[in-house]
Ligand binder design. Structure first.
Ligand code: GLC
Ligand code: CA
Length: 537
């Protein structure tokens, strides 16, 4: 299939598939590539232009596949390399691009490099691929420093000969030493492996954390030091310049999309310079509360940060690491920071869903690319009552349950039917790997398919309109002063998006034609928590 453009990443609607929870083809209760292949028609009908796959590689699943044993093999739970190749070409036949997730910060503790390092002597070249150090204290019984794992507990684990190794995440995810040229060469080769198989882009996991200050200095965890010993070191840029050269060596250049969580927009933008990554996720937008001033500030800061480096902005509401936004928007505090992972909090789900509908239209109208996390198009809420014995996320286990972890946004998708597994698995299959709520019958794709008021219908309408509207996607936008606490902007000559975040309905402009609306309108009035796309003269 001839590619439409080589800069698809500047404007595309990109759908995140979390393979374990998307669709189960073989009936073991775990999503797989056969399941994805059987749902490509659904994704095409939805109107997305690319799929980002969370890791599908060989893994012991200590962190749901973000602990990779071998980047050149597909985990047998998901399928085979031949199936992945088929999936890539079947997606391409539908004009859908493929992005795969590459995790450079760490590998699995079952990776051949790490098992070799454990079998080798302290100080050996095998150990130099990781961060092995002697401990502190008289007998080295204390970890080399006080760094904490992002998943809870110490960032160090001791091995039988007494040395310790660094893992910023779980102990099953030893951090690689990016100062070692073998690490760099290996990852550039992994990129080629997937690009040679037709993959169009790479999502770079934890992209700003790869390099470490080799002195491994202690720091106060209650403040964010500058410079930080492992977040956003300048050396990172050199890594991605190498990756960019690989991506650009293809006749149709491949795209690099970074997971870059940084507070400083200018430091963030440095990753998007012309010879580094193509784009990065916008976590400020993802974390922003449902508030007109906060949203406008984040949008303006985002655009300002990107313009200097000529990179397109991205807009994200949810992913596999955060509370689903239907739930977040239904809480008294709608920012991610406050809303992150709770047990059965008070949530007004109807309000959350209404705001999520309005947010979808806002997001898809902004300049740049948009990411949609699987199930968002069904309006799925976070599942906050998963029983303890079914929880899987290492965050839950490493914090002794203090933090419920991320399982609540990873519950297998409901496709059809009225009870578990809601078509996620074929009839008579094993139970889904996480339990699905009894209330999801009305949220299945089948239940929403023909309903003109469903979230699925709204996403289909908006994505179709977005693709057909030349002024949407990449390009400029212009704010309008419309009404207090209302966000309004134009794209091009004749497209306007209005989002009513105020407490009262507002009048729409006369003689505007409604293209898409997140709630039914009557008499030219835009209700509260509603967005509309207009054709204006
Ligand atoms: C990223 C992933 C997350 C994973 C972590 C460690 O933040 O999105 O799911 O647990 O990296 O690889
Ligand atoms: Ca399966």
């Amino acid at each position: 299939m001839t590619p439409r453009t080589t800069d698809w990443w500047r404007h595309a609607a990109i759908y995140q598939v979390y393979p374990r929870s998307f669709a189960d083809g073989n009936g073991d209760g775990i999503g797989d590539l056969a399941g994805v292949r059987s749902r490509l028609d659904y994704l095409q009908h939805l109107g997305i232009e690319a799929i980002w796959f969370s890791p599908w590689y060989l893994t012991p699943m200590a962190d749901a596949g973000y602990d990779v044993t071998d980047f050149r093999r597909i985990d047998p739970r998901f399928g085979t390399l031949a199936e992945a190749e088929k999936l890539i070409s079947e997606a391409h036949e539908r004009d859908i691009r493929i992005i795969v997730d590459v995790v450079p910060n760490h590998v699995s503790n079952e990776h051949a490099w790490f098992t070799a390092a454990l079998n080798a002597e302290p100080g050996s070249p095998e150990r130099e691929l990781f961060w092995f150090r002697e401990g502190r204290g008289d007998d080295g019984e204390l970890p080399p420093n006080a760094w904490q794992s992002i998943f809870g507990g110490s960032a160090w684990t001791r091995v039988p000969d007494g040395q310790w190794y660094l893992h910023l995440f779980a102990p099953e995810q030893p951090d690689l030493n990016w100062r070692n040229p073998l690490v760099r060469a290996e990852y550039e080769d992994i990129l080629r492996f997937w690009f040679d198989r037709g993959v169009d882009g790479i999502r770079v996991d934890s992209a700003a954390m790869c390099s470490k200050d080799p002195d491994l200095p202690d720091y106060d965890h209650s403040v964010f030091p500058d410079p930080h010993p492992y977040v956003d070191l300048d050396e990172n840029h050199d890594i991605y310049r190498g990756w960019r050269a690989v991506a650009d060596s293809y006749s149709e250049p491949r795209a690099l999309i970074g997971e870059v969580w940084l507070a400083d927009p200018d430091r963030f933008a440095q990753y998007l310079r012309a010879d580094e990554l193509h784009s990065a996720f916008n976590f400020d937008f993802l974390g922003c509360s449902w508030d007109p001033t906060a949203l406008r500030t984040v949008i303006d800061q985002t655009l300002a940060a990107h313009v200097g480096v000529g990179a397109p902005s991205t807009w994200v509401l949810s992913n596999h690491d955060v509370t689903r936004h239907v739930t977040r928007y239904g809480r008294p505090d709608t920012s991610t920071a406050a809303g992150i992972r709770q047990y059965n909090p008070v949530v007004d789900e109807d309000l959350g869903r209404r705001r999520a509908r309005a947010a979808a239209l806002l997001t898809m109208a902004l300049p740049g690319a948009v990411y949609i996390y699987q199930g968002e198009e069904l309006g799925l809420p976070e599942v906050e009552d998963i029983p303890a014995h079914r929880r899987d996320d290492p965050i839950y286990h490493r914090t002794n349950g203090e933090d419920p972890g991320r399982d609540g946004c990873r519950v297998p998708l409901p496709w059809n039917g009225t009870t578990e597994p809601y078509g996620f698995s074929p009839d008579g299959a094993a139970s889904p790997w996480l339990p699905q709520p009894a209330t999801w019958a009305r949220l299945t794709a089948a239940a929403q398919d023909a309903d003109p008021h469903s979230m699925l219908t709204l996403y289909r309408q908006a994505l179709a309109r977005r693709a057909a509207e030349p002024a949407l996607g990449d390009g400029p936008m212009q704010w309008l002063d419309y009404a207090p606490d209302v966000l309004a902007f134009t794209r091009g000559e004749s497209f306007t998006c209005i989002v009513n975040l105020s407490a009262t309905p507002v009048q729409l402009p006369d003689d505007a034609q409604v293209l898409v609306t997140s709630q039914p309108l009557s008499q030219g009035v835009l209700p509260v928590d509603t967005s509309v796309w207009l054709r204006t003269a």
